[in-house]
Design a protein around this ligand. Sequence first.
Ligand code: GRF
Length: 221
Amino acid sequence: MTLDLGVLISGRGSNLQAILDAIAAGTLDARVRLVISNRPGAPGLLRAQEAGVPTAVINHKDHADRASFDAALVDALRQGGASWVVLAGFMRIVTNVLLDAFPGRVVNVHPSLLPAFPGVSAQAQALAHGVRITGCTVHLVDPGTDTGPILAQAAVPVLPDDTEERLSARILAREHELLLHVLAAIAAGNLRVHPPASPATRSRVELLGVPGALGVETTND
Ligand code: GRF
């Protein structure tokens, strides 16, 4: 199944670039139908344009509240033909207006091993806490901040002399791999979402036949 992606960005767009490159290389069965930035002038918009992908700027500052901003996103994504949405460095919290329009089809990449260090500056949080291992997470989005069901994670070491920049760069390389790994699994029809058994529990998700942890030794016993 070819994935029709809408990609939401706020800045640099290196995760977007990784998606575009994988599609061009034939390693991801997807089309990027539309790239939307909430920030005019986001460098990622140029990356999309260079790949011939339609772009839109929908500035959250032009909207009175999150719901009306999300409604504008939904209109644009539907008109663009997106059926899955990737939050790739999109620095806004989304609401049920977006999530209900694309149920179970909104994916986020976050630069920590969730549930540790949600929200902004995850790499700085990791350094401040002195953790020896951090990483990145790709998850389905729910209305919380980086709280949705986890699809896959990759571990990244924190080195003794790390700066936020060095650690961020090391994590970012793994983000690109992990995001593509998950999107390829979704395109192959390998995502299963099991609804919560009761209102007190969460949805359980699994990627069939592919590991949910990259770069981690696993055993089959
Ligand atoms: C990434 O670290 C992503 O996890 C975080 O913001 C950064 C975006 O990078 N949410 P880019 O715009 O994809 O280069």
